[in-house]
Design a protein around this ligand. Structure first.
Ligand SMILES: [Zn+2]
Ligand SMILES: [Zn+2]
Length: 393
């Protein structure tokens, strides 16, 4: 679980070993659920509750060697940032937004001349600060949002780098950075070497001296920022600002004896498929079989034919429960019809998914979730109408 400091989640080696077994749901060694990256087939990456795959999403930020302050015009600092995509597989990152904040001031959005950052590639972005005082400390925070795509799916994250600028007596400028690597325990902070900006006597300008090469800036996941700015989680509805954990339990109710097992999404493609076709345990490829039934649970063969073999695909992406329609009949969420050509739909708390828009009362799925301190760890999906339980048949 991501701590308040946004420390990255580490996936144990044991989980990677157990993930190699096809169909593995839990790690046999540490007992954690096997949560696969949406691109697992390509990257082999596992994720924690924060959903971030360290194989696909590896941005790095550098301060290029020619950072300059223009002392004559009031100590304005130009920070030549270099964004680098260190992903070891050929997955691009899309840096969609960059914000800069000085001290406790408001965040400023920086105009972006580029978005795409290919794996192994870098892009530059120069950021200008306000006028620096002659002496004292200045905090500068650089935050950016980065998205990774896999077919129709997208995960988006925010990262931040905090720099402490200090103007020393004599005019040198020193950039300090400290990263809280872990919320628990002292001594776990990563301290980066200070970046020193020396005065160049002739021009009155200062140039960074980072040993002739770019200096790496420490990055942290900005999970609070993600939630409050709609980068992850719900942007409207009763759970606005709350984020679904990638490992959230899906609890199925009202499905009678054929209820799928409750638990996090641990499938190889991190999708839960629902439709008329059989479930995995019966040799099919669905997680949930959707049939129209009478009140006793007896299938209505004819009406059930309107449901496609694979009708809906559920997944959790960017901290939201989402549904992609694969069935030709489409679905209804509230008053909105979603067809197979539409973008992935966000499912909110309280939504009722009508599986057959033409027969809205035939079979529905009501979605309920609750947030604890902004985190959603359980989602209940109830069949409407509910089927009798096994022991009451
Ligand atoms: Zn494990
Ligand atoms: Zn991945």
């Amino acid at each position: 679980m991501a701590g308040p400091t946004g420390a990255p989640e580490r996936i144990s080696q044991c989980c990677y070993q157990h993930a190699l077994t096809p169909g593995a749901v839990f790690c046999g060694e540490c007992g954690k659920p096997i949560l696969r990256c949406m691109a697992y087939q390509e990257c082999g990456g596992l994720v924690g509750d924060d959903g971030c795959c360290s194989v696909c999403v590896r941005p790095q930020l550098f301060l290029d060697k020619d950072a300059v302050t223009d002392v004559k015009s009031g100590g304005v600092l130009m920070l030549p940032l270099v964004f680098y995509n260190a992903s070891s597989i050929a997955r691009p990152l899309f840096v969609t937004d960059v914000w800069v904040r000085e001290g406790e001031g408001v965040r400023r959005r920086i105009e972006m001349p580029w978005k795409r950052l290919d794996a192994g590639g870098s892009n530059r972005l120069s950021v200008q600060t306000g006028a620096l005082e002659r002496q004292g400390r200045h905090g500068i925070e650089i935050t950016f949002a980065a998205a990774t795509n896999y077919f129709m799916r997208e995960e988006k994250f925010a990262f931040t780098s905090s720099l402490g600028l200090e103007v020393e007596q004599g005019g040198s400028l020193v950039i300090n950075q400290t990263i809280n690597a872990s919320g628990a325990g002292a001594g776990s902070d990563t301290v980066y070497a200070p970046i020193r900006l020396e005065t160049m006597a002739d021009s009155g300008r200062k140039v960074a001296d980072a040993g002739g090469k770019a200096a790496e800036l420490g990055l942290q996941r900005a999970d609070n920022f993600e939630a409050s700015n709609g980068i992850r989680g719900y942007v409207d509805g009763p759970l606005k600002g709350s984020v679904v954990s990638r490992g959230a339990r899906i609890v199925w109710k009202g499905f009678g004896p054929s209820a799928p097992p409750s638990g996090p999404i641990t499938t190889a493609d991190s999708i839960l498929a629902a439709g008329r076709g059989r479930v995995l345990a019966q040799g099919g490829d669905n997680h949930l079989q959707l049939l129209v039934t009478d009140a006793n649970g007896k299938p209505d063969e004819q009406l059930s034919q309107a449901i496609s073999r694979r009708h809906i695909e559920f997944c959790i992406q960017s901290g939201r429960l989402c549904a992609r329609v694969t069935g030709s009949a489409g679905i209804m969420i509230g008053d909105h019809k979603h067809g197979a050509d539409d973008a992935i739909a966000v499912i909110n708390h309280g939504d009722i998914i009508k599986v057959l828009p033409k027969f809205p009362d035939a079979v529905g799925l009501q979605v309920r979730m609750r947030a604890n301190y902004g985190q959603i760890d359980e989602i209940t999906i109830t069949r409407i109408p509910a089927l009798p339980e096994a022991n009451s048949r």
